[in-house]
Design a protein around this ligand. Structure first.
Ligand code: PEP
Length: 249
């Protein structure tokens, strides 16, 4: 079965209450693009309001704890996200792996927690610039995949986002050939470990995706969607990316 395109916005630590109208505009426009699944992951503080403002839309968290409850000050558990109507969670973003020292094992445990809570999980991976320059990007990312993808899952509930760290928020993007090579390698590794299940998993590209480059990146081999940071904050910038995915769907 063909994989539907999937476009996810990661708002990071951006947005106050007045940003909900922007989310409404995005989800409203997305209803006109039926061949693509769209999700927004705002800060935790906006999830409930976004769910209320856009009933039925896919809203998610940008992280979750691996435990279901306990003495983890400041953390949010996956069942808590589900409890307030979130349907999605991002785990293993490089800003978490680097800034909060999250290991592959941590990311795997968070992914398992998200799956167990019934959330659609987006598991991120990606290499730093020096690894890309030394020619080791594919080996680096496949090691992350080996260490952080759970042992079992419903392939429709787990997507992988390949986000080269040097491309996030920089305006730099890999060549389409490099994206296709990486995504092909990721799918190959998933197929070697999980068999046919890998065919149903969606592999997203992330890193400086915008309305101008989205069509080309989304059309690359084994690219099933995009994880978008800066360009997901406004309907004016995000809807063209959704439309580009829809046109390929
Ligand atoms: C991200 O943080 O997931 C991301 C891809 O950011 P940007 O689109 O701004 O590069």
């Amino acid at each position: 079965m063909a994989r539907r395109k999937y476009v996810v916005g990661n708002w990071k630590m951006n947005g106050l209450s007045d940003a909900i109208s922007e989310a409404q505009a995005i989800f409203s426009a997305a209803t006109g693009h039926q061949s693509v699944d769209v999700a927004l992951c705002p800060p935790f503080t906006l999830i409930s309001a976004m769910v209320a403002a856009a009933p039925g839309a896919a809203v998610g968290g940008q992280d979750c704890h691996s435990a279901t409850s306990g003495a983890f000050t400041g953390s949010v558990a996956a069942p808590m996200l589900a409890d307030i109507g979130a349907g999605v969670v991002i785990v293993g973003h490089s800003e978490r792996r680097e800034g909060f020292s999250e290991s592959d094992a941590d990311v795997q445990a968070k992914a398992e927690a998200g799956l167990a809570a019934g959330l659609s999980v987006i598991l991120c991976c990606g290499e730093p610039r020096e690894v890309r320059e030394s020619g080791g990007a594919i080996d680096f990312v496949l090691a992350q995949i080996a260490g952080s993808v759970p042992a079992s899952f419903d392939p429709h509930q787990l997507a992988i986002a390949y986000e080269p760290i040097w491309a996030i928020g920089t305006g730099l993007v890999p060549t389409v050939a490099d994206v296709a090579a990486m995504h092909g390698a990721i799918r190959g590794a998933l197929a070697a470990r999980f068999g046919d299940v890998a065919d149903d998993m969606r592999l997203l590209y992330g890193g400086s995706v915008n309305g101008e480059n989205a069509a080309e990146l989304l059309d690359a081999g084994d690219v099933d969607g995009a994880l978008v940071g800066g360009a997901s904050l406004t309907a004016a910038k995000f809807v063209p990316i959704i439309a580009a995915a829809d046109a390929l769907g």
